[in-house]
Write a protein that binds this ligand. Structure first.
Ligand SMILES: [Zn+2]
Length: 158
């Protein structure tokens, strides 16, 4: 007896015993082997999975962990470098955004998270504000359902 790992045209894999290799080939040619999952008779042999132990349980190949994405810290000193590195149009768009924000919204500086919360909970007048906040604070605000947008605050000048 021989154990083959088979795969149907739809990609289901299953194991099947045959008397020998010739028996498999004969049955395969005459479409006598059906996929247990979908009945498809277009069967091909799949590469045997490595086996271990008496139970015949297949051993999964170790899956490589995806590469860690490096965190991208963007403190202010780096922002200048970032602004230098980005395409001119992008820099101009961000500068325009910055101008609009400064023209239409009230600056609250580092108290942004605090003020945004007060407005959200009705403790402060409803108005547009802008300021700085840390990533942790921004996440907390988002979790509380407070609406805000983020943009890279790039320096003025060239
Ligand atoms: Zn199938």
């Amino acid at each position: 007896m021989i154990l083959y790992r088979l795969r149907c045209a739809k990609g289901h894999e299953f194991d099947s015993w045959f008397k020998d290799g010739k028996t498999y080939e004969r049955q395969e040619k005459r479409s006598l082997i059906g996929c247990p999952a979908c009945g498809n008779a277009k069967i091909t042999r799949a590469p045997m999975a490595p086996r271990i132990g008496k139970g015949g349980k297949s051993v999964e190949a170790p899956v490589e962990a995806p590469a860690q994405t490096a965190p991208t810290p963007a403190p202010d000193p780096q922002m200048a470098a970032l602004a230098q590195a980005m395409p001119k149009e992008m820099r101009e768009t961000l500068l325009k955004l910055r101008e609009q924000v400064e023209k239409n919204l009230e600056p609250v500086g580092e108290k942004f998270a605090e003020e945004a919360r007060k407005i959200h909970y009705g403790e402060s007048d409803k108005r547009g504000i802008y300021g700085q906040t840390t990533d942790e604070e921004a996440e907390a605000l988002a979790e509380e359902g407070i609406e805000f947008g983020r943009l890279p605050w790039i320096p003025r000048g060239n």
